[in-house]
Design a protein around this ligand. Structure first.
Ligand code: TXA
Ligand code: MG
Length: 349
């Protein structure tokens, strides 16, 4: 299959029209959102949705998020309570997915057989134009091959999906670079996956919010995942990834330097403005500032993919305090590293 790429900056109208046509015919379209690129299908067509699982190599028990173009659409697919209504007033359109009891119109292929469904309204003109033009809810996971870092630009999508889908809408780089916050409201409000909308911000609207322990820890043997996606290996480039942790930025930099010096193959440190001065002579990319974790979130997946393109054997990431957007960053960094964390050894400082 030939994969066409339409640049929305030049051809927004044709992109939305073509995308809508493909969706209505039961095909797959990759499209930009403010978080990461999505791989969309008509959410009401179970057969079309199965195509997403095939193109990504995604396990069938991992449910998809339904994307809508207006707030009122939430009640068509799910059963919103007062908390949900207050949250969509505050955060939609935006990077917050709500998991709620689903309505029967949502096919089991979307919810992977669960009684709940995740719904979100993206804050991206290209995504909203596509959904509106199609006149359909769009089921979409991130547009990567399952297990790889999520795509944050059209080139990343093309790398994984060329020949497998007919159309990629290119909207340039994504604003946040990490996927939406997934908040379950099926019982007590619980953040299943941290993202740009933080637990603190959610708490200000609805009161108490829990954060799933799986946000920062691997599932224990025999434990079931509240969010099926959390049990799979994630965000992994081909390179080995290790997270350098420690009590201070200097301590973390010391660990990162040691990991680079001991690396059996070419190593790249994904550094911050604050720490890059420690890494003289090393292959080091500055992702952003640890004082602005959103800059690190925006660069992380892109840098992991770039490391593979450059043939790097080991990638070293620096840990951040898991607060506010640092929580979203650490959730991805830990998974990319397969929870391999290196700590300072005595005598290093
Ligand atoms: O920002 C995003 O959320 C992007 C863009 C494209 O919107 N989408 C995305 O989808 O990241 P995906 O499929 O890669 O991740 C969705 C996550 C998975 O971990 C999945 O298990 C969880 O949300 N999820 C979806 N529906 C759920 C449900 N009903 N109950 C619990 N977890 C659910
Ligand atoms: Mg994904």
């Amino acid at each position: 299959m030939k994969t066409e790429v339409i640049a929305l900056a030049k051809e927004a109208e044709r992109g939305a029209a073509e995308g809508a046509r493909v969706l209505r015919e039961g095909g797959l379209v990759a499209f930009p959102t403010e978080t990461v690129y999505g791989l969309g299908a008509n959410a009401l067509n179970g057969r079309a949705v199965l195509g997403i699982f095939a193109a990504k190599g995604r396990p069938a028990d991992n449910p998809l998020i339904v994307h809508v173009a207006h707030r009122e659409a939430l009640a068509e697919f799910a059963c919103p309570d007062e908390r949900a209504k207050a949250l969509i007033e505050t955060f939609w359109p935006g990077p917050l997915t709500l998991v709620l009891p689903k309505k029967d119109v949502v096919p089991n292929e979307v919810s992977a057989g669960l009684p709940t469904v995740g719904v979100r309204m993206p804050a991206h003109d290209g995504a909203l134009a596509l959904i509106r033009r199609a006149g359909l809810p769009v089921a979409a996971p991130s547009a990567n091959t399952s297990g790889r870092p999520s795509p944050t630009c059209a080139q990343d999508v093309y790398e994984d999906m060329a020949g497998k889908i007919p159309l990629v809408l290119d909207g340039g780089p994504c604003l946040w670079g990490v996927e939406s916050t997934v908040l379950s409201l099926a019982g007590e409000a619980t953040v299943l996956r941290p993202g740009a909308v933080t637990p603190e911000e959610i708490g200000r609207v609805i009161g108490k919010v829990l954060v799933s322990p799986a946000a920062l820890a691997p599932l224990k043997e025999g434990e079931t995942a509240a969010s099926p996606g959390m049990k799979y290996r994630h965000y992994a480039p081909k390179a080995e990834v290790i997270l350098a942790d420690g009590p201070t930025p200097e301590a973390r930099a010391g660990v990162a330097l040691r990991l680079a010096q001991n690396s059996p193959g070419r190593c790249r440190i994904l550094a911050t403005e604050e720490t890059c001065g420690f890494y003289g002579g090393q292959d080091c990319v500055i992702m952003g500032s640890s004082k602005r974790p959103e800059t690190l979130c925006a660069a992380l997946f892109h840098c992991l993919r770039q490391a593979d393109r450059d043939g790097v054997a080991r990638v070293v990431l620096e840990a951040l305090p898991p607060e506010a957007l640092g929580l979203a960053y650490m959730n991805r960094a830990l998974r990319a590293a397969g929870f391999r964390v290196a700590l300072p050894t005595a005598g290093e400082f």
